[in-house]
Design a protein around this ligand. Sequence first.
Ligand SMILES: Nc1ncnc2c1ncn2[C@@H]1O[C@H](COP(=O)(O)OP(=O)(O)O)[C@@H](O)[C@H]1O
Ligand SMILES: [Mg+2]
Length: 288
Amino acid sequence: MKEANPTNSNNRPMRVISITGGKGGIGKTTISVNLSIAYAKMGKKVLLFDADLGLANVDVMLGLKPAKNLHDYLCGACAFDEICITGPHGLKIIPAASGVQKMAELSSMEAVELIRSFSTLTDAIDVMIVDMASGISSQVIDFTHASQDILVVICNDPASLMDSYAVIKILHQKYGRDRFGIVVNKAKNMQEAFDVFSKFQDVIARFINVSMHYLGHVPHDDYIGMSARERVPVVDKFPFSDSAVSFHQLCHGINHWHQDPTVAGGIHFFFERLVESNLAVKEQLCKA
Ligand SMILES: Nc1ncnc2c1ncn2[C@@H]1O[C@H](COP(=O)(O)OP(=O)(O)O)[C@@H](O)[C@H]1O
Ligand SMILES: [Mg+2]
């Protein structure tokens, strides 16, 4: 299928980055939202895909109230453009909610139709950020694999490190993914963040043959909670706070992290991988 992408500012297929990490509460949604806004403020065209069914959803964090979500579209209850909402700085948001479950059940034909709908929207998009649900269920893993680049959030906490280790191990064993970007969240300072990354990298290197790229850190910052309570992302509410500055630095870290050359970007390939993994599951079920 032709990769139409005539007007994005990179003049190349949209980069698709999933924000994952296994454990809940480590800041995946906070990072997805603030990173998206930081990119949008840099003049990038951003699509934020909310694949998190948890409580602190993207729309809640942005003070938006979507009338419809991807599930309504997949059930034929509304047109595609009705589900896409526009947030601050022109950020586009797809509230997926229960649609993620339904996406895991799409047939190839339905997926083609979905790709067509998305393509009308994503031709001009530079980067799609996917806010992943917590956990290491096959749905979360398959959805993460659909992304070209995988950004794993870790915190200085054994449970977070164990879960992130599991995410990387499963993605490597199941799909051969061997390249991960790492962000340390809720760090006391830059030094602690880098120490946490180094220890994590050492453990991974002992057991799994993957490359890890340190993309930066976000400090523990009370301004994040304060802005979340007002439903405004910290990069907008307190643009000079330490965390807001770190989100902008994270954008630069990601820009210097080359797109995975072995995994295609663009929306078509995102859905192709998703459907491929569905078909593999269906085949297994038929055999059983
Ligand atoms: N760097 C940070 N400093 C302070 N609080 C944070 C930070 N990152 C996230 N939080 C808070 O942690 C909680 C969980 O964050 P959230 O983004 O919903 O996590 P997840 O999406 O991984 O479940 C929220 O209350 C959020 O405001
Ligand atoms: Mg979340």
